[in-house]
Design a protein around this ligand. Sequence first.
Ligand SMILES: [Zn+2]
Ligand SMILES: [Zn+2]
Length: 337
Amino acid sequence: MVVRTYISTMLRRLQRTLTKSGKRAGAEVKVHHLTEEPTRAWETINNSQTVIQVTQMPHDTQISSKELRIVCVSDTHVLVEDVPNFIPPGDILIHAGDFGHGGAPVQVKRFNDFLGTLPHSVKIVIAGNHDQMFDERIVRHKGFVCQLIFLTETELDTQLQNYGVQSCRDILTECVYLEDSSIKICGVNFYGSPWQPKHGRVPGAFRYERGQQGLDIWNKIPNETDILITHGPPLGHGDLVDYSRDNHCGCVELLSTVQQRVKPEYHVFGHIHEGYGVTTDRKTTYINASSVDRWYSDLNKPIVFDFPIPKGHSKEELAHVKPCHLIRNKVRRFPAD
Ligand SMILES: [Zn+2]
Ligand SMILES: [Zn+2]
C-alpha cells in the first residue's frame, strides 16, 4: 500500500508522543536464530511486520521555524560534489556513510570542501564500509589499506602531507562526525554508527559478524535516541538486494533493537543503493537515503523531513553546534586539541 501523502506534521507529533510513551526501558533484544540468513529470518517475522511505502516530502515544502528541516543523503561516493543544487536547503544535513569510494585522502578532502560550501547550519556525517581510512583497525595495517585505496605508501603519505594532516580523519573538519556516539541538537537526540554486517569475503571498514557481535554494537544505542543513523539497513526496510528473489540483507538485530528497545522516530541509513526510499512500520520512519543507484550511474534525490523542535528549544541553538569528531562520545574539536 502506498501512502499518497507524506506524513503530516500533526501525525508526526502524535507519532512522537505515542512512541515515547510506549518505550520500555531496558527491553532486552535477543539474537535471532536465523541471524545469518536474513531472507529466512524475514520470512519468519514477516506476518507480524508492517512495511508501508511513504511518499517523500517535496523539497520545496516551506521550512517552518518550529521544525528542523533535515536533509538526508548517503552513499554519495564522491559523485555528487559537482552536481549543481543536488542538496536542497535545510537546517541539518545527514550523511549516512560511504562519502568516499575507497577513502583516499584526496576523496575525503573533496567531500570536506563540498560540505564547506553547503548552507546547512549543522552537517552530521558517519562513515561507511567504503570510508576505509576511518576504521582504526584497518588504518593500523598501512600496507593493506594502501591496497584497498589503490595507493602506494609513499603516495598516501604525500597526500596526507599535502593537507598537513596525519590521518584522513583530520581532513574532515566541516561536520559533526559520529562514530558510535550521539549528539543532542535543539533538544533532539541523534546517534550515528558506521557498522554493517560482513558480506562474503569483501573487505571493508566497520564490518561485523552477524549475531552477537552486531547486537553488542546496537546495544550501545541510547534508549532516548530520536534520529538513528546507521550505514547498514535494518532487516525488511530498504534492504532488498535482488527484488526478483526477494533477497533481504538487512540486520535482524538492528531491526529488533529499533522496534523493541530504542523506537526512534526516524532511522536513516544507506549502503544498499537499490533500497532507496522511505517506509514506515507506523512507529519509526525508515529512510534509505542512498544517493547513487546500484550501478553508481543515476542519482536519487536527497530525502527531506521536518522534525518538531521540542518545547524549550529553538533554531538559535544550531549556531552553537561546532564541527567536531565524536568517537564513542570522546570529543575532538577543531582546531585539533
Ligand atoms: Zn555505497
Ligand atoms: Zn556501504
